[in-house]
Design a protein around this ligand. Sequence first.
Ligand SMILES: Cc1cc2nc3c(=O)[nH]c(=O)nc-3n(C[C@H](O)[C@H](O)[C@H](O)COP(=O)(O)O)c2cc1C
Length: 364
Amino acid sequence: MKKILFSIERFLYTKVLKPIFFVFDPEAVHDFVSSCGYFFGTNVVTRKLTAVFCNYQDKSLEQTVAGLKFKNPIGLAAGFDKDAKLTQILPEVGFGFEEVGSITAKAYVGNQKPRLYRLPEKQTLRVNYGLKNFGAVAVREKLSKLKFKFIVGISVAKTNNPETSVVAAGIDDYFFTYKTFADVGDYFTINISCPNTCEEKPIFAEPENLDLLLQKLFSIPKIKPVFVKLSPDLAEDQLMKILSVCQKYPVDGFVCTNLTKVNKFNHQGKGGFSGKAVEPLTNDLITKVYKFYGGKKIIIGCGGVFNARDAYKKIRLGANLVQLVTGMIFEGPQLIGQINQGIAQMLHRDGFTSITQAVGADNK
Ligand SMILES: Cc1cc2nc3c(=O)[nH]c(=O)nc-3n(C[C@H](O)[C@H](O)[C@H](O)COP(=O)(O)O)c2cc1C
């Protein structure tokens, strides 16, 4: 029954709504959809209706990861809900978790507009927001007043300005946000891979700088799981050094991956690429990280998930959890339920009773 409903919704989204949305500026549409989502989250009627049309849950999708109970493995990746507007509606849409942010110590209006572009035929977005957000204190204030029906991660990044390009100042910036969210949110992701900052390259992806950063973050008692978000563009030796540095600290796992700088479609302008442009690089990195740690660290796979097969592939490569942004923009909000339903069916087909059994099945 839900399968038919999802198919009708997908048809309506891709044939009616999306062609209208795609006429307008991508950032304006993003803001409009976020406002609608915020409104839908404010009252019980629209929340219940959203659940009827989108939500799909199944026992086989539940798992405990890093001590946190996830109702399903599909999360909204960082960047869509930068300022925590959608925490009340996303569980009804069917998400098992979301990552708010990225959040930085100081507020930032973002890079010059336009800064979001669609490459529809490539199922890709080019993103150049540059860590636009209201700043740690303001977002904390908002989140601390809310109760959540799902897992909420806090994506912590470094304020995008030249002053924090000095390593010591950059560390202080990360640390401020990290401390500010000590008692809000369920886990942290340390974003060391934003490709759209004023620096040429993310400076905390340099292993020696990352070492200093992690030393500082873990100088206070660890209160919740900590993940590190990696770039898909790391050279092999840099990746190995980063993974070795992380091994020295109680890092729980990795988000693989952020946007790619590899401009394989020769699209003009600044920014990083999401969606299908990043998917093969992401999947490659999941395999490398999974093998490096022998499956002992948690992996959140993120990049180019447009259907259940894409998500299940990441799980079988070694991802415990999966995140997406671009797929939902191209396919519609019912995609989350469709993916969860599809994964439950594939688990059953492959003889697994729980998602945990499928994690890394293709890389053992
Ligand atoms: C509009 C947009 C904004 C993003 N902003 C952030 C961000 O602030 N922090 C971050 O870690 N990743 C950010 N990302 C990257 C996504 O979290 C994700 O890693 C990437 O888009 C790959 O996933 P996808 O193919 O499902 O979109 C952003 C992506 C998009 C599309």
